[in-house]
Design a binder for this molecule. Structure first.
Ligand code: SF4
Ligand code: SF4
Length: 296
């Protein structure tokens, strides 16, 4: 079941159809055509779970498929960014470029953004658009800070005699891109099964909070980054996605709630507390929200 309601700015929920025909709040929170495109992006009729649905926690996907949940149209704007970019670029994909094709196999289906001659002379590059936060970008790029001695020592106070340090950025840290890597590698497998060779996988990541001081403090100095994704073995990817597809299928046919999402899938509870659209239907989500409310 796709989302059936929108969450308004004032916290009320309204059936999407009702919102599109009349806003009871006096003035719409965004233009009607934008709301229509957000509604359309939510209404995907797929006969098997998509790559992105399988990458999410199984409990989250199960609840999204079975519960009449509500979404904040503002948050969904980022999700429709890919479609918007395609529209802007329509007519500019000439040459050896294929865009937005849905491919499927016996496990899942996925729609890749771009394939072809998109970053260099190789015409075998698979590309994906992302709109993301400076925090996620900093982690994805492997940026981290270290303390570097300045050569001076503290002359007074509690730290007297200890060396002074300053923070310096390093860019060779672990790149936290596992979910993006699983997604692109699955698209790669689908393309290769269809007879297309894939030499490189690249994400074009647009930073949505680039203009804020916070982004500069995270060493994000450009609005857009290209991030290369490494190959993961076909065997591992297919095994992982097939196990998740089976778990979801079993839960759907037996109508039982799957185990809670893994710590990584639930962003170590941050998602349950603030970002999961189906948290109100999830016992763990309700608990985490109570914990968050008590701490506030
Ligand atoms: S236009 Fe925005 S504020 Fe009005 S009903 Fe729809 S979601 Fe709510
Ligand atoms: S609230 Fe947390 S555990 Fe529950 S479905 Fe959402 S992400 Fe998963």
């Amino acid at each position: 079941m796709p989302a059936t309601q929108f969450k308004c700015k004032n916290g009320n929920k309204i059936p999407i159809k009702q919102c599109l025909s009349h806003c009871p709040n006096g003035q719409r929170c965004m233009f009607l055509p934008t709301l229509r495109s957000v509604a359309e992006s939510l209404d995907r009729k797929l006969d098997k779970p998509s790559v992105t649905e399988l990458i999410s926690g199984t409990r989250e996907t199960y609840l999204k498929k079975t519960q009449p949940y509500a979404v904040d149209p503002m948050q969904q704007l980022y999700a429709v960014h890919g479609t918007a970019v395609h529209t802007i670029q329509e007519g500019h994909n000439e040459g050896n470029i294929i865009a937005e094709e849905r491919l499927a196999d016996d496990i899942t289906s996925g729609k890749f953004d771009l394939y072809g001659q998109i970053v260099d002379l190789s015409d075998n590059t698979l590309g994906d658009y992302k709109v993301t936060s400076s925090y996620k970008l900093m982690k994805a790029l492997g940026y981290y800070k270290v303390d570097v001695p300045t050569g001076e020592v503290y002359k007074t106070g509690l730290k007297k005699g200890q060396p002074k340090t300053r923070k310096e950025w390093r860019t060779d840290g672990v790149k936290h891109v596992l979910e993006w890597a699983i997604q692109l590698n699955y698209y790669r497998i689908l393309l290769e099964q269809a007879g297309f060779k894939v030499k490189d996988m690249v994400i074009q990541a647009l930073c949505r909070d680039y203009s804020l001081r916070m982004a500069a403090e995270r060493n994000i100095t450009r609005p857009l980054y290209l991030i290369k994704i490494n190959k993961i073995s076909d065997h591992w990817i297919r095994w992982y996605m097939s196990a998740k597809a089976k778990k979801l299928k079993r839960s759907m046919s037996e109508h039982h709630l799957p185990a809670r999402c893994s710590a990584r899938e639930r962003w170590h509870d941050r998602k349950c507390q603030s970002y999961c659209d189906v948290a109100e239907f999830c016992p763990y989500g309700r608990l985490m929200k109570r914990v968050a409310d008590r701490a506030a």
